[in-house]
Ligand binder design. Sequence first.
Ligand code: FMN
Length: 315
Amino acid sequence: MRYDFAPLEGLTDSIYRRLHHKYFPGVDRYFTPFFSPTVHRALTPREARELPPADSMVFCVVPQLLTKVPEDFLWMAGVCKDLGYEEVNLNIGCPSGTVTAKGKGAGMLRDLDSLDSFLYTVFSSAPLPISVKTRIGFESAAEFSNILQIYNRYPIKELIIHPRVRKDFYNGPVDMKNFQYALQESRAPVCYNGSLRARSEITVFSAAFPAVKSMMLGRGLIADPGLLTPGGTTADKLEKFHSELLDEYTRGFGGTRNAMFRLKENWHYWLCKFEGAEKLGKRLRKATDVGEYKTVTQEIIHNLPMREEIIPDWD
Ligand SMILES: Cc1cc2nc3c(=O)[nH]c(=O)nc-3n(C[C@H](O)[C@H](O)[C@H](O)COP(=O)(O)O)c2cc1C
């Protein structure tokens, strides 16, 4: 099985990926949160930081692009190639209203003729292999067979399927019937993504779908960063990981307060790993002072028992 870390905007930036790999090895590939290439034909300083040369990292990264303009996609895919990346991923799943209203992300699923013509142009001169991360429909899963017919016209390196429709956002049951359909009908190899959060769930999934050779994990891996690491997530490792993230974000964001707010996003998930975290979790959410934040995080890490498997507060 190959394990990929899902792209998570606001969470899995380059600092996170580097430190996650350092403390919790076991992920085969990290997907970047989406880049939105524009007509300007230049990376912003932030994009350049987020997309270092591929050989400067000791782990594998796949850049993800979000656009409906084939020329912009091809330009940025060329930049990725020059930086040494071996694959780019196309986002056809983002459910955000501002993205879909522009016909991007999951919005591409609303106009299949445009999707077809986008893929035609892009695959006609792609400088790199392209994988696609997709949902199974915009309004309804009944759209999926037509969507898959279009994907099957192109040499997609891998089809990563998040079996929900746009209006589900990230919650509710995943549609395993349509995932099974994709497994049978897709020309491209299929990777599964969605709501796998524990070793037991991974085992059950693998037994049910032995033909699937790759899976992508997101929130479960944020909540339990050692999910794929021998020895799992220990208090000691989590403390070191958190402490180095705080240092690096403090440098990167120009201050501990911004770093703290950034890390609270992680804590939203990490708290699911601890038993009895309600009271300290509430104090943590309310903390605006970095001293208080550090005290509470130390108390959580050192005083609360860690669960073997997380109890997610999403889905
Ligand atoms: C906060 C957040 C940010 C996300 N950002 C991206 C993104 O940049 N690109 C993308 O393709 N999916 C993004 N996703 C979707 C995830 O990659 C993944 O498909 C989804 O969370 C389902 O997988 P999971 O249940 O393992 O988390 C995001 C999801 C969340 C919750």
